[in-house]
Design a protein around this ligand. Structure first.
Ligand SMILES: [Zn+2]
Length: 332
């Protein structure tokens, strides 16, 4: 087989493998007998610089995502002083000051991969497809005939009314399993010896004599891909449950294959969190308030604590007795 064919076959296999695996129940994957824990968490505030993201009446997504991201990073560092937090940006710039969206995306993924992240969290805000503020909905309520003779034709009758920005709530995205070819590529490009399995031990033992195109390497890539998908889904479910516990409206955990390429390009468990709708005035106020940002931060941190515990990691700083929220729950 040519290299190209080999690559295609590998991508196809990865796709099938992950598609099949998505039917498995989600269980945390921890190698038996190893103390697993998070070491490096990558936080990716969406958009930035020339890319404002979605706009509310008085705020823009790039700013809100950054504010929540910085609070989240600080909260993680306080709870786990030995966990390294790496941000893709800490000011209002396109990450790496890149000139295009595509270059910015590559920068985010490369930074995450070379930093050997164990978990990638992208923070975003949603919109309902209409610009914030008043808008008019035109709805077809029937048809009528106009003109005479051969010019007579049917035209729609519209009813116009003011639109409502009703849609609100959170969504947690994981990459779509049957399109995970990128993920397999990201994992194999990250290279042998560089894929940490969240156990705190990189798999370095046999790196010297390892051929990335060998069947063993391909099998390994597929196994990691499955593990990362399962762990992404697990973390996403925990975040979603925390949002629901706080009384947020939730659109649940969803798989998507557009607009989340950054999740596919990172060789680690990764989620994209839509923290609420900036098109909805109520949620825009919430997401811009200290209380709102603190609550979202707490929700994600609580999920991260449970996730880390389920991986076999230690209790967070200051927690001497096991917190009930950090008790490993049976994943759904
Ligand atoms: Zn966004």
């Amino acid at each position: 087989m040519s290299m190209k064919k080999k690559r295609m076959a590998l991508l196809l296999l990865c796709g099938i493998c992950c598609f099949v695996s998505s039917f498995d129940s989600v269980t945390p994957h921890t190698p038996a007998g190893k103390k697993a824990r998070l070491r490096t968490v990558i936080i990716d505030p969406g958009h930035g610089g020339f890319d404002t993201g979605t706009k509310g009446l008085f705020s823009k997504e790039a700013d809100v995502a950054l504010a929540i991201s910085l609070k989240l990073g600080k909260a993680i560092e306080e709870a786990y002083p030995d966990v390294k937090v790496i941000y893709t940006r800490t000011t209002d710039i396109m990450p790496g000051n890149m000139p295009t969206l595509a270059a910015g995306l590559n920068y985010r993924a490369e930074l995450a991969n070379k930093s050997k992240g164990d978990l990638f969290i992208a923070i975003h805000c949603d919109n309902d497809g209409h610009p914030a503020g008043p808008f008019t909905v035109h709805k077809v309520i029937g048809h009528k005939y106009v003109g005479k003779g051969r010019r007579r034709h049917r035209v729609p009758i519209y009813e116009s009314y003011p639109g409502q920005h009703n849609r609100k709530g959170t969504t947690v995205f994981v990459w779509k399993a049957d399109r995970s070819g990128f993920k397999g590529q990201a994992i194999s490009e990250r290279g042998e010896g560089e894929v940490s399995d969240s156990s705190g031990e990189s798999q370095t033992g046999d790196s010297a004599a390892f051929d990335m195109n060998s069947p063993e390497a391909k099998m390994r890539t597929r196994l990691y891909e499955k593990k990362f998908f399962d762990n992404s889904t697990l973390f996403a479910s925990l975040v979603n449950e925390e949002f629901i516990k706080s009384g947020r409206v939730s659109e649940g955990v969803q798989q998507r294959d557009v607009g989340i390429r950054v999740l596919q390009a990172t060789g680690m468990p990764s989620v994209l969190i839509e923290t609420g709708f900036l098109s909805n005035v109520e949620e825009e106020k919430y997401l811009n308030s200290e209380e709102g940002q603190d609550e979202v931060t707490r929700n994600i941190l609580n999920a991260l604590k449970q996730y880390n515990t389920m991986l076999g990691g230690g209790a967070p700083q200051g927690d001497t007795s096991p917190d009930s929220s950090a008790t490993p729950a049976q994943p759904k």
